[in-house]
Design a protein around this ligand. Structure first.
Ligand code: NAD
Length: 243
C-alpha cells in the first residue's frame, strides 16, 4: 500500500514553490490530489494522473467553500502566504491586514469549511504553513510576516486541542528559507541579488537554503497515518537555523 493511498488532499497555493512540490510528492505517494491556486496558468502546467487542478482564491470564502465541497479532503494543506518586508516603523495597516487575511484568516476559513466533512468521515489531517519566523524566532525586517505566522501556530494548536478526540490532527510547518519563485523575487527586490542570496545562505548553519522537495517530504509525513501520534505541533524544518 502506498503511503497516501485512499486519501484525498486539497492544497492551496499549489501553483509554485512549496505547494507545487507538495502536490507532486503527495500524488507520487498515492493520494488523490486537488491542486489549487489563484494562478490558473501555473496550475495548467501540472501534469500528473493523480492531480486535479482548479482555481481557488483563499481570500474569497465562497471560493473556499466551493473548493472544499468539490474535493471533500481528508488532508488539507494550507500553503498560501505572503512575505512582507520591514520593521514595525515601516509597516502599514493595509499590509498588516493583507498579511493577516492571507496568512491567517484564510486558514480559519478553509479549516472551518473542511472540518465538518472530516468529522463526518471520522478523521483528517490539517497542515498549516507557518514559518520559523513566527513564535519560533524573528528574522530582521519581518515584523508583519513574523506576527502573522505566529498566529498560524495559535490557529494550529487551538484546532488540534478542540478536535483531538475526534480523529482530527492539526499541525503546522515552520521552514527556514526555501528556494521558491517568490524568494527569487524578494532577492531581486533588495537590489543586490547575489549579496542577498549569500546572506540568506550564511544564516543557515548548513550553508544552504532548503529545496521545496525537502519541505514536501514533511508534508507527506504529516498527511499520512505514519504521523498518527502528532498533533498541535509546530514542526521546525530549518536546516539548523533556530538551534
Ligand atoms: P511562493 O510564494 O513562490 O508562491 C505562492 C503561491 O501562492 C503562488 O502560486 C500564488 O499564486 C499563490 N497565491 C497567492 N495568493 C493566493 C490566494 N489568494 N489564494 C490562493 N493562492 C494564492 O511559494 P513559497 O515561497 O513556496 O511559499 C509558500 C508558503 O510557504 C507561504 O505561506 C510562505 O509564507 C511559506 N514559507 C515560505 C518560505 C520560503 O522561504 N520560501 C519559508 C517559510 C515559509
Amino acid at each position: 500500500k502506498q503511503r497516501l493511498e485512499g486519501k484525498r488532499a486539497l492544497v492551496t497555493a499549489a501553483g509554485q514553490g512549496i505547494g507545487l512540490a507538495s502536490v507532486l510528492a503527495m500524488a507520487e505517494a498515492g493520494a488523490t490530489v486537488f491542486a489549487t491556486d489563484v494562478n490558473e496558468g501555473a496550475l495548467a502546467e501540472i501534469d500528473h494522473p493523480n492531480i486535479e487542478t482548479f482555481a481557488l482564491n483563499v481570500l474569497d470564502d465562497a471560493s473556499v467553500k466551493a473548493g472544499i465541497e468539490k474535493a471533500q479532503p481528508d488532508v488539507l494543506f494550507n500553503c498560501a502566504g505572503y512575505v512582507h518586508n520591514g520593521t514595525i516603523l515601516e509597516a502599514t495597516d493595509d499590509d498588516w491586514d493583507f498579511a493577516f487575511d492571507l496568512n491567517a484568516k484564510a486558514q480559519f476559513h478553509t479549516i472551518r469549511a473542511a472540518l465538518p466533512g472530516m468529522l463526518e468521515r471520522g478523521g483528517g489531517s490539517i497542515i498549516n504553513m507557518s514559518s520559523v519566523a513566527s513564535s519560533v524566532t524573528a528574522p530582521p525586517n519581518r515584523f508583519i510576516y513574523t506576527a502573522s505566522k505566529a498566529a498560524v501556530v495559535g490557529i494550529t494548536k487551538s484546532v488540534a486541542m478542540d478536535y483531538v478526540t475526534k480523529g482530527i490532527r492539526c499541525n503546522c510547518i515552520c521552514p527556514g528559507t526555501v528556494d521558491s519563485p517568490s524568494l527569487h523575487e524578494r532577492l531581486k527586490a533588495t537590489g543586490d541579488y547575489e549579496a542577498a542570496l549569500a546572506a540568506f545562505n550564511a544564516r543557515q548553519p548548513m550553508g544552504r537554503i532548503a529545496r521545496a522537495e525537502e519541505i514536501a517530504a514533511l508534508v507527506v509525513y504529516l498527511a499520512s497515518d505514519e504521523s498518527s501520534y502528532t498533533t498541535g505541533q509546530a514542526h521546525v524544518i530549518d536546516g539548523g537555523w533556530s538551534i
